[in-house]
Design a binder for this molecule. Sequence first.
Ligand code: MTE
Ligand code: MO
Length: 366
Amino acid sequence: MSTVEEWVSAPARIAGPDEGVSIDELRLAARNHGLPLEALRYDVTPAGLHYLLTHYDIPAIDPAGWRLTVSGAVTRPLSLGLDELRARPRVTHRVTLECAGNGRARLSPRPVSQPWLDEAVGTAEWTGTPLAGLLAEAGVTAGAVDVAFTGADRGFERGVEQTYQRGLPLAEALRDDVLLADEMNGLPLPPQHGAPVRLIVPGWYGMAQVKWLVGVEVLESEFDGFQNVTAYRLKQSADEPGEPVTRMLPKALLQPPGVPDFQSRVRVVDRGVVELTGRAWSGWAPVESVEVSTDDGGSWRPAELGPQPAPYAWRPWRCEWTAIPGRYELRVRARDGAGHEQPVDQAWNRQGMANNHAQGVTVVVR
Ligand SMILES: Nc1nc2c(c(=O)[nH]1)N[C@H]1C(S)=C(S)[C@@H](COP(=O)(O)O)O[C@H]1N2
Ligand SMILES: [Mo]
């Protein structure tokens, strides 16, 4: 007889010193695709080019039968269908989402999980109704501290059977830009991005953006579910509680210049003046500076920043580079208005979360 306990690994595994990416990691990477970096050219990412991360399976939900319940520490519990939700006040926010595990595959030793490099990011226009209005209607009671959000998707994670659930501090849940979104870029949410309704918490890493939302429960104690207490913690060893992963640290990405080599993705660029462009974001405060290095972080020069399109959307940047023949390692880094600066080398943590080391792009100038 075989039990679940025999084939799950808890805590999450760390790869051996010379262990390459495994078939399990490849399978995850093939399901959960990233933003092709050339799509950094779009202010708003076309939905099909937005990164994707789903822990279990994309659930089958009939929008006509879907209901959202608002329960727990409220005086008037609610249950709404999609039409009722869509009849409420509607707003649109442009928001950049990034997976907290972005950059994980570059850690050494490598935490075995979705093996992201740089590409787990995207920006969309999310339309829906502010959560705060629903919570006001339900009447949050005085002792409330957290709000738990439940998705319709179910599976096992390190031996724990669960539906995807995340808790958010009440003060964050009451922000007026936190949305129950049913549209992405002006169209109904596609299945993979949470149809019919998902949560959007601008500024926070992806794990907070609960897809396939079916339940909102106000709690009088801190939410202690798996995704808050076990996953999405910054820790060095398996047995320490660690710190929660919350908002996105600043990051700049370069749209790789020139044309790629198919296999290595090394870029080939013709000599002369090359325009380097990209995007930068932070969940703490708007990005205040972006710097570019063409000598692998040896020296840096400032890029020119475009306008900040919305408080939590990525900001465009550009600079010119007079490229002379040779091989170069380009790096970019951002600093935000809250004083966070991107490191060149990534500090290690056991689950590979909130990595924001400076991206590197290898360029051969001919
Ligand atoms: N219900 C549910 N919501 C979820 C997830 C999930 O697996 N199930 N994954 C989370 C994670 S880890 C990320 S990074 C984002 C990804 O959102 P996207 O796939 O729309 O880009 O969704 C979050 N919301
Ligand atoms: Mo994520």
